[in-house]
Design a protein. Structure first.
Length: 187
């Protein structure tokens, strides 16, 4: 009887694991986002587009072999870089930000002509970037009673108290301090 209960328990355990949609990955800390990002930039969203499918074309192995992959629905935003904190991008450069996930609302939630600070990774095809931390590594920069503030991806825009939003100056100071410590090998 004990053997049967043990096997039933193991069977239920495996069914539970295979039936679950997956464990949510933990959100990255600020320090982890800095380390994981290829570029950290400020800028403006100029345009957005939805595409039914994004085709990636790569030469694989020898010169004569080309593989075309369809990656499903893609959201794309044209982003104008106005300031670079980390990475090889240049000021005044125009980049593409892609989201391949059906569940993600980014860049659909990004507003045209609004200013953002973004932590980005280069896409595997090197033709654009994706926001780190499961599309949560970005903040909208806005003016609140004469001071620059940051609105996180999950903050309700109806908040009116300036103290509800993070100070842009404090955030940038912390970011630049962390980048300096990383450059000197202290982090």
């Amino acid at each position: 009887m004990r053997y049967i209960l043990q096997n039933v328990f193991i069977l239920v355990y495996f069914l539970f694991i295979t039936a679950s949609p997956g464990w949510p990955s933990p959100r990255l800390s600020f320090k982890d986002m800095i380390h994981d990002s290829d570029v950290i930039v400020e800028g403006f969203v100029l345009d957005q587009a939805d595409s039914a499918n994004k085709l990636y074309q790569e030469n694989v192995g020898s010169q004569g072999v080309t593989v075309v992959l369809s990656m499903g629905p893609v959201k794309q935003a044209k982003f104008y870089v106005s300031k670079v904190y980390k990475g090889e991008l240049k000021v005044n450069q125009l980049i593409d930000i892609y989201t391949d996930s059906r569940e993600s609302k980014v860049p659909g939630e990004l507003k045209i002509k609004r200013e953002y600070l973004m932590f980005l990774n280069q896409k595997w095809d090197k033709r654009g970037y994706q926001i780190v931390n499961k599309d949560k590594g970005y903040w909208q920069i806005f003016d609140c009673e004469g001071q620059k503030r940051l609105k996180a991806w999950n903050q309700d825009s109806r908040l009116r108290n300036p103290d509800s939003y993070q100070s842009y100056a404090d955030f940038v100071k912390e970011l630049e301090g962390s980048l300096s410590r990383i450059a000197f090998g202290e982090e």
